[in-house]
Ligand binder design. Sequence first.
Ligand code: TRP
Length: 353
Amino acid sequence: MKKAAQRILTGHRPTGPRHIGHLAGTLLNWANLQDSHECYFLIADLHVLTTDFMHPGQIRANIFEVLADWLAAGIDPQRSRIVLQSAVPEHAQLNLLLGMLVSESRLRRVPTYKEQVQQLHLQPSLGLLSYPVLQAADILLYQAGAVPVGEDQLPHIELAREIARRFNQLYGPLFPEPQAILSSTPRLPGIDNRAMHTSYGNAIYLRDTPDETTRKVMSMYTDPTRIHASDPGRVEGNPLFVYLDTFNPDRDETAAFKQRYHAGKVGDVEIKVRLAEVLNRLLAPLRERRADLIRHPGHLEAVLMDGTRSAATLARETLAETMERMGLSMGRNLHVSELFEDQPENVVRKIYC
Ligand code: TRP
């Protein structure tokens, strides 16, 4: 018998359109994993609120931007489930239950939390503190065995493993301890050489036009100490070459550029022109698919609803089992409608007697 494919779950927060850092770092990797795994791709809209609850008008549009980018990059709704987190209430319910198994001091030591608190101008909320508990709930709700993520997410996967282990010790085995699958591509710098980030204005987006892309590449940071094309230039840590290493399929050409750059035998402009071509050629088919998807919002909505509905079945089963193991099974056969029809004393009798 064919061994059942391992289940994976991963996701993004819908913070805006995806950029080429997402493409190289996660999306191409996810698209490939669909061949060998049963994949759940989560649009983590609840997680957005942990840092940004002041712009409720933006979330809906961002969900569709992310969805169009995912599909354009090769996420295939025929083979994988695309799930909207807030539409499956079991995410929030499991978050609450798993929160009982983690100490507050453990959560305050999570490095991403410490960084966020430093950057935040507000008092950190309870929601931000329990961000990784919600993420653990996302993963464990589908009993996923593996989670493809970038390195920055490793502390969260570690916490999910601890929670799974603790639950299994206390209540008997239920959750696999999820393994991280790290992408082999290092984090891509932005065009200003800081980390590429939606809020830094230094990203090249999948939805950018060829002209916008070329303009961004022509303005890229390179080696600031190099004044003339005949000055020997620095290749290591130069974002031009990080991009070429990542995106140029012609490795010999990249190697030749590096050699000439190092020897002071090529100007920045020649390399930038070529890099812009490489990116535009890579992105052309994606942009075409994306434009087509954006023109059909009804189709995008259907994809999201189908994936979400199909994931909800498993979510419901896992939550029921979790509640049962934790001793909360008494309400299982009571329906909410029944409760509302009854007098309060009858409700209490039904639950506890
Ligand atoms: N925290 C992840 C990020 O910012 C997004 C995320 C939410 C996620 N839930 C998840 C990733 C579950 C993997 C698994 O990138």
